[in-house]
Design a binder for this molecule. Structure first.
Ligand code: GDD
Length: 320
């Protein structure tokens, strides 16, 4: 089995590569020219790495070279916060980048299964009676990122309907774990806790909106879901990948503060607030469960402990 992961050097890409290699699958992966590939430490000699600019017109060349049976399209501008600061970059990477890849696949006539990674942000504003959110819920995105992922998903489904491409669209809810970049809430909080413990910061943690509720799944459970969907998902269908549990961001903060070795005060940072923030995203996972048997296994507490330990090690390495 030969697979291609776009965005292999990213947070999720590196875990997916590890998981596929452990199954004996041949892994090819693309990263942006000049990208940091630190996440691939230990994997570099076991995967076939290619530089690929999402906005180049080299999609067909890439697909013809790799001849994948499965494509996991992960490469994206994945930060909701950043999408407010650079809307055009987000639309370019997430919409145009996806179309160029799909166009490349269509041109070659090779017929891989394509797992297109979308987002819970596509749902956006959800009414209380619509929670947990099913795949058929009305779409009301509230961020440039949400719009970009919705557009990419809809375009991909056109490629399925019009050209028969075997696209499976995944709406991933929040996923967390060690190695996630800054700009995502658990890394942003855990890094500050680690810096405070190392006396690099005053004992004050800066936070944004604590009222939002999100549905967190450990990245290792998420990549297992992606593998199962690539294997058993139905082309032309949409699947939520989530835990099914809503957790206020305040609770994430509370758990991290309970794991901290020193007392920490909390302060609101207006710069961390977004022009609009989806109040609640909790996924209904009955569809993926019924069709693949997938079940998340790693608890939020365990993930947060590992995220914090990751940042403790990171700070230790950087400063010692
Ligand atoms: N990043 C960040 N940093 N978010 C904060 C902070 C902070 O210091 N303080 C509070 N928040 C709040 C955000 O306003 C949001 O309500 C929540 O924490 C989660 O923020 P993120 O971790 O940035 O994730 P997200 O929910 O916006 O988007 C994530 O989930 C999507 C799926 O639901 C990302 O992983 C996306 O890539 C993914 O598609």
């Amino acid at each position: 089995m030969r697979t291609l992961i776009t965005g292999i050097s990213g947070f999720v890409g590196s875990y997916l590569a590890e998981s596929l290699l452990a199954q004996g699958v041949e892994v090819w992966g693309t990263h942006q020219p000049g990208a940091n590939i630190d996440n691939l430490q230990g994997l570099v000699n076991r995967v076939n790495l290619l530089e690929y600019d999402l906005l180049s017109n080299q999609g067909a060349e890439l697909i013809a070279r790799v001849q994948p049976e499965i494509v996991f399209h992960l490469a994206a501008q994945s930060s909701v916060g950043r999408s407010w600061d650079d809307k055009e970059e987000t639309i370019n990477a997430n919409v145009n980048g996806t179309v160029r890849l799909l166009e490349g696949i269509r041109e070659t006539g090779i017929e891989p299964r394509i797992l297109l990674i979308g987002s819970a942000e596509e749902y956006g504003l959800v009414k209380p009676e619509e929670t947990p959110i099913k795949e058929g819920n009305p779409m009301r995105p509230l961020s440039p990122y949400g719009v970009s992922k919705l557009a990419a998903g809809l375009l991909a489904l056109q490629y399925h309907r019009a050209y028969g491409l075997e696209v499976i669209h995944v709406r991933a809810f929040n996923h967390i774990g060690p190695r996630q970049a800054l700009g995502f809430v658990t890394s942003d909080f855990a890094k500050q806790v680690a810096e405070i413990e190392a006396c690099l910061l005053e004992p004050v943690i800066m936070v944004g909106n604590l009222e939002a509720q999100r549905d967190f799944t450990d990245v290792r459970d998420v990549v297992r879901a992606y593998r199962l969907l690539a294997d058993r998902g139905k082309p032309g269908e949409i699947y939520n990948v989530a835990s099914g549990k809503g957790v206020p961001v305040a609770r994430v903060l509370e758990i991290l503060l309970s794991l901290a070795k020193v007392p920490i005060r909390v302060e609101k940072d207006p710069a961390r607030m977004r022009p609009s923030d989806v109040p609640i995203l909790v996924g209904d996972i009955s569809k993926i469960q019924a069709e693949t048997g997938w079940q998340p296994e790693i608890s939020l507490e365990q993930s947060l402990q590992e995220v914090l330990d990751y940042w403790r090690n990171h700070i230790n390495k950087v400063h010692n």
